[in-house]
Design a protein around this ligand. Structure first.
Ligand SMILES: Cc1cc2nc3c(=O)[nH]c(=O)nc-3n(C[C@H](O)[C@H](O)[C@H](O)COP(=O)(O)O)c2cc1C
Ligand code: SF4
Length: 271
């Protein structure tokens, strides 16, 4: 199987015509061609950030030019039904999911079960890649805390010896993640949130970001997961000292202070 960039879209880069000609040279020599585009001078193409499916036309073009099976790639976790239809129609033969698998290794299985809302869908911010490739750190995913510490995450889900009443103050991503772990461990969990909605700073980011819909999906993910795990969510509720006394454990997840202003170039453009 051969992974190739069909085009390097900048002056002096590999042209689309030469890329197709190269695919045709490969055709008799390989079992399948996996079609990407770009190189490190066009990281936004190579590791597409937006929109989903923006590399698929390259796979369609290669499919028309060769006889071996062709694989499409590029944010396809957001387009699983369309990709299913495209494969069925013979536009290409397979789709590959890269970052989608880092964000949620169960994503395909959940989709097959009709649990679309319960998939952590990759936001394409590329934290996973930049940490190890450019900074030499272990890889991490901004929406999947388990990534690269799966053993530790698994251990954290062991059932607690006794069921405790756990209060989590703050329903941003940290509070929601903590609530999910505590509930999965068998505790009775309540989340109190001062605002009228879940999401915390994700809300501010989603309002300002071109990834708006995708971040909204993540906020909804927390909503449906907390429902699934029977976590009691109290919105429009400021935790008082009296509230704290009713619980065995209290976790404050009331937010962080960040220098980044919503809308400022930051995580989206790490590449
Ligand atoms: C951690 C990581 C490492 C990657 N390394 C390579 C690589 O060595 N060669 C390559 O052609 N693409 C590489 N890619 C790009 C992926 O193969 C894929 O084309 C790209 O991430 C777009 O697909 P996706 O949206 O499903 O992630 C890498 C992607 C990730 C997330
Ligand atoms: S870090 Fe970002 S780009 Fe990487 S898998 Fe997670 S959400 Fe996707």
């Amino acid at each position: 199987m051969y992974r190739m960039s069909v085009e390097e879209p900048y002056e002096g880069g590999l042209s689309f015509e030469d890329g197709i000609a190269f695919a045709q040279m490969l055709d008799p020599l390989v079992d399948a061609i996996d079609v990407s585009a770009g190189n490190y001078d066009t990281a936004d193409v190579l590791l597409p950030m937006y929109p989903p499916g923006n590399l698929v036309h390259y796979a369609r073009a290669v499919k028309e030019a060769v006889s071996v099976p062709v694989i499409a790639v590029g944010r396809l976790t957001w387009l699983l039904q369309e990709m299913n239809d495209a494969v069925g129609a013979g536009e290409f033969d397979f789709v590959a999911l890269g970052r989608a698998q880092l964000a949620d290794a169960e994503g395909v299985a959940k989709t097959r079960r009709g649990e679309h809302e319960h998939v952590r869908r990759c936001l394409a911010v590329n934290e996973c890649i930049s940490r190890w490739m450019f900074n030499g750190q272990r890889t991490q995913c901004v929406i999947n805390p388990k990534l690269s510490q799966e053993t530790r995450a698994e251990a954290s889900l062991r059932t607690g010896a006794e069921q405790k009443r756990v209060l989590i103050v703050g329903a941003g991503p940290a509070g929601c993640e903590a609530a999910m772990v505590a509930a999965e461990r068998g505790h009775a969990v309540t989340v109190m949130e001062r605002d009228g909605e879940l999401g915390g700073q994700l809300r501010a980011w989603s309002a300002a970001s071109f990834l708006n819909t995708e971040i909204e999906h993540m906020i909804n993910f927390y909503k449906v997961e907390l429902e699934r795990l029977k976590v009691e969510v109290q919105l429009n509720t400021e935790a008082s000292e009296a509230d704290l006394e009713n619980y065995d454990e209290v976790l404050l997840a009331t937010g962080t202070v960040t220098d980044d202003k919503p809308g400022a170039p930051s995580m989206q453009w790490i590449c």
